[in-house]
Design a protein around this ligand. Structure first.
Ligand SMILES: *Cc1c(COP(=O)(O)O)cnc(C)c1O
Length: 461
């Protein structure tokens, strides 16, 4: 399979290099040149299969040039073996035609584990085969960092540096990043917001001398391998609810647009998805854009769903690329305008986006009220991000089954959950000692040079 940049000016790559490269050298994001499709029969045949088997069938055509099927099946099996639920991504019914897809049974209690556990193993396999090493640098609003540190800690061929916004992640998130003892992982607390961390990361990718010197690799959702691993649970959930014979809709708590874009790929592959509903918190640039066509960045307002406190939503570029019919120069032009504060989506592209996406926005009070109501009505304790999803989904319920993605475990955000319900959700027993372990982190300024110097000093290769 060939992967091309959304901005049309970077080399065309196979899966292996797409995975190891992260951001394209023209500043764009890699996408498959053509999305492979699954027939009605192929989709019907997924019913009742173990998660791992579905994962192999859905992802195989995307990764075929990098792994033979037996090797890939082995990596997939290892990736999900440590999850705390046999179904990996179980569905729970919340009400008539409304279901919750629990994506928080992985080792760090957020959906990021689905991709990170797999790409940790894919990186290791590929780098060993090539006799190569890389320096992974990631920006996180909390959950990507903990998932990456968990997945890559202790691997020989990688050093990992995770930038997170100082003071703006939950204590559980921070401790999951600062307490692992492996020498190859480093938590860097940056003075700024998530958008600053993400901007510094992009600077490093665009600084080619540094990039090549350290073998920079990225595991943010700019990496298509991340998005790919998330396509799988759209299939397992939809098939469990009757696909391909009936359509299903999804509501997705959204920040960087990676998770919901995975749903778009599933739809392009042939899964009958009626609507993909973008659910945002008060940082609602995506909802505003889908409503008005104006994509304008503003201030980030810290919320109780911090993993969605984002203004520049990287993966939206992939959706725009599809909406503009694959016109790389149009996308490059929009991204240039974004540097000046924003852009207007063309009428045709906006209509194309609205064929796939709907959207809604939830205030802080509504988020808390939804956590409280959902507990009272269903017994399900939601994390604040999942509550944003449930609230938006409630406005889109109809005759098509709706699946809301529960993106994190409530115990990852105990303060917000306790404030809403009076209940402090306990951590699962396997991580009960998180608050007793020593922490290790480095404070850094919001300054690309300083961060690069630190990385060059600390990496082991
Ligand atoms: C990362 C994250 C999100 C947002 O996902 P995107 O792919 O960035 O849209 C939502 N909820 C939680 C708990 C997350 O960790």
């Amino acid at each position: 399979m060939r992967y091309i940049s959304t901005r049309g000016q970077a080399p065309v790559l196979g899966f292996e290099d797409t995975m190891l490269t992260g951001l394209a050298r023209d500043g764009g994001l890699y996408v498959p040149e053509d999305v492979p499709t699954m027939s009605h029969g192929d989709i019907a045949a997924l019913a009742g299969l173990p998660y791992e088997e579905v994962a192999v069938r859905v992802m195989a055509p995307f990764v075929a040039d990098a792994f033979d099927e037996a090797t890939f099946a082995g990596l997939v099996a290892e990736a999900y073996a440590g999850f705390g639920h046999a179904a990996r991504a179980p569905l729970v019914q919340l009400g008539p035609n409304h279901h919750l897809l629990e994506l928080f049974h992985g080792p760090t209690l957020a959906f990021k584990d689905f991709a990170m556990q797999l790409i940790g193993r894919m990186f290791e396999h590929t780098l060993r085969k090539r006799g190569d090493r890389v320096t992974i640098v990631g920006a996180t609003s909390g959950d990507t960092g903990s998932a990456a540190i968990e997945a890559f800690g202790g691997l020989d061929a990688v050093d990992v540096f995770i930038l997170y916004p100082h003071g703006r992640v939950s204590e559980v998130q921070r401790r999951q990043m600062t307490t692992p003892s492996e020498a190859n992982v480093h938590a860097l607390a940056i003075d700024g917001h998530f958008d600053d961390a993400q901007a510094r990361l992009k600077d490093m990718f665009n600084h080619f001398a540094f990039r090549d010197r350290v073998g920079l690799a990225g595991v943010n959702s700019i990496n298509f391998a991340r998005v790919l691993a998330q396509v799988v649970y759209y299939f397992t959930a939809a098939v469990a609810l009757g696909a391909p014979y009936r359509p299903v809709s999804f509501t997705v708590p959204t920040g960087n647009f990676g998770d919901i874009f995975a749903g778009h790929i599933a739809k392009r592959m042939g899964l009958p998805i009626e609507a993909l509903v973008v659910a945002t918190n008060q940082n609602d640039i995506l909802h505003r854009c889908l409503t008005t066509g104006e994509y304008r960045t503003g201030e980030v307002h810290p919320s109780i769903s911090p993993s969605m406190d984002i203004q520049v939503s990287s993966n939206f570029e992939r959706a725009l690329h599809l909406a503009y019919g694959g016109d790389g120069s149009a996308i490059a032009q929009l991204m240039e305008e974004l540097r000046g504060g924003g852009f207007t989506v063309s009428q045709g592209a906006l209509e194309a986006l609205r064929e796939t996406y709907a959207s809604g926005r939830v205030s802080e009070d509504e988020t808390s009220a939804t956590i409280r109501d959902c507990l009272a009505r269903t017994g399900e304790l939601l994390c604040p991000h999942s509550a944003v999803g449930v609230r938006v989904a409630q406005g889109h319920l109809g005759s098509t089954p709706m699946v809301t993605l529960a993106t994190a475990h409530p115990a990852k955000f105990p303060d917000a959950v306790e404030a809403a319900t009076g209940i402090r959700p306990p951590l699962p027993p396997r991580m009960a000692d998180l608050f007793d372990r020593p922490e290790r982190m480095t404070r850094v300024a919001n300054d690309t040079n300083e961060i690069e110097t630190l990385i060059e000093d600390k990496r082991t290769a």
